[in-house]
Design a protein around this ligand. Structure first.
Ligand code: ARG
Length: 463
């Protein structure tokens, strides 16, 4: 590095030696934090307007800064901006370009501010926008699930516990279980947004500033709910990013569960659904293959978001107040979680409406697994048999069915009556799959009528 380049540094005044070239690259963040440029400019605009309002900048200086920042924004957006590693980060790159463009007024923008409160503000502005987008994507996925639940309210598949056939359930009910998980995810993100939406600006480096700043005014301009109460906390708090990554990891955990079911269901062994061709790929060697790549990736990508959460928790653990350069490491995990959520929610919401449900296959699977055995026990209880005795009777009936290779509904009345004479010819109503699901007709139950009610209720709530 030449002395001339050293002179370019915005903090070069107290240094006598140029930064080591490797150290310069090692400490720079511009390669990744440039993604914050719009929010950095937005924050700077508000800061300049506040400084003019309190008389620290003249109106003319403020106007020059605002115009200059617009031009810089424009330069960046049309690709006419050479990001420089020697200017370290997004903040100093933009400020240097502003000063190039408008001269001395540009050098006044940083009055009463530090990169410490600036970067904390930028990330919050950025994350607030991303949360708003992601909330919309979650809702889109939820609507897709509601539509599918309604369409398949009467479709019956085996419900599983321990991945063993347990009881018949409706496919609509199953989709509504996924819906509920996303509903909690939505609430978690919306709640996290409240803590994102607090403004660090004005904290300056760590202790506040000697200028007569008006933080409420800046907060208003930026749409923040309020300025942060404590300057030390404001520059060093990254809880909001951790919370976001935790909420994001849970979203991906849910998507990975849905994805795993889709992978299973799309296999020849289950054959419950057909995934749209355009969400699958083939094999370069096995011509017959149609691989469920999108669900597999949804499942696999949860690894990243878990990792990002742990990275941020570890980054913050043990950090003394206030700002530390460690915090520059907050961005890549955060950005990666944002990108992963964007891609994954999009893929999921786009795929769900095109799932082809193979009702006949599901039905056949539900009929094979003695899934109405509990219904037979409940039937016996209604006829006055004690539940434990009923359990025993049904167990014997199932064993007989297995020996015969037939389901309960396929046994003749006489065969069933070997095990209990409480069984009469009305038994076949409860042994059918339709009878079984329709009987679970209460809030939260699997009956088609309940599924339709839930869909209507959820649509009303989501708007
Ligand atoms: N690039 C830095 C970051 O992302 C900006 C703040 C730097 N502050 C400082 N005092 N070096 O955290």
């Amino acid at each position: 590095m030449t002395d001339q380049q050293q002179d370019d540094k915005l903090w070069g005044g107290r240094f006598t030696e140029a930064t080591d070239a490797f150290v310069e690259a090692f400490t720079a963040s511009v390669d990744f934090d440039r993604r914050l440029y719009r929010h950095d400019i937005e924050g700077s605009r508000a800061h300049a307007r506040m400084l003019a309002k309190v008389g620290v900048l003249t109106e003319a200086e403020c106007a020059a800064i605002l115009e200059g920042l617009d031009e810089v924004l424009h330069d960046i957006e049309r690709g006419d901006f050479a990001w420089s590693v020697s200017l370290e980060d997004v903040h100093m790159n933009i400020e240097a370009r502003l000063t190039d463009r408008i001269g001395v007024a540009g050098k006044k923008l940083h009055t009463g501010r530090s990169r410490n409160d600036q970067v904390a503000t930028d990330i919050r502005l950025y994350l607030r926008d991303e949360i708003d987008f992601l909330l919309g994507e979650i809702r889109r996925a939820q609507h897709a699930l509601l539509d599918l639940a309604e369409r398949e309210a009467d479709t019956i598949l085996p419900g599983f516990t321990h991945l063993q056939v347990a009881m018949p359930v409706t496919f609509g009910h199953h989709m509504l279980a996924w819906f509920e998980m996303l509903d909690r995810d939505f609430d978690r993100l919306a709640d996290c947004r409240k803590r994102v939406n607090v403004m660090p600006l004005g904290a300056a480096a760590l202790a506040g500033t000697t200028y007569p700043i008006d933080r409420d005014y800046t907060a208003d301009l930026l749409g923040f709910a309020r300025p942060a109460n404590n300057s030390l906390d404001a520059v060093s708090d990254r809880d909001f990013a951790i919370e976001f990554c935790a909420a994001g990891a849970l979203i991906m955990t849910h998507l990975s569960r849905f994805a795993e079911e889709l992978v299973l269901w799309a296999s020849a062994q289950f054959d419950f659904v057909d995934l749209p061709d355009r969400f699958c790929t083939g094999s370069s060697i096995m011509p017959q293959k149609k691989n469920p790549d999108v669900p597999e990736l949804l499942r696999g990508k949860s690894g990243r978001t878990n990792g990002n959460l742990i990275s941020l928790l570890t980054l913050m653990k043990g950090q003394p107040l206030a700002y530390n350069k460690d915090n520059q490491e907050d961005k890549e995990p955060l950005f990666d979680t944002v990108d992963t959520l964007r891609g994954s929610l999009r893929a999921f919401a786009d795929m769900v409406p095109h799932l082809k449900v193979k009702a006949e296959r599901m039905r056949a699977a539900a009929r094979q697994g003695y899934s109405t055995a509990t219904d037979l026990a409940d039937y016996l209880v209604r006829k006055g048999v004690a539940f434990r005795d009923a359990h025993e009777i049904v167990g014997k009936s199932v064993r007989y069915g297995i020996e015969q290779g037939r389901d309960l509904a396929d046994l003749a009345l006489d065969e069933l009556r070997q095990f209990s004479d409480a069984i009469e010819d009305d038994v076949f109503e409860v042994l059918t799959l339709e009878g079984s699901v329709a009987a679970r007709n209460h809030l939260g139950g699997t009956a088609p009528e309940q599924v339709r009610k839930q869909v209507q209720g959820a649509r009303g709530r989501l708007g």
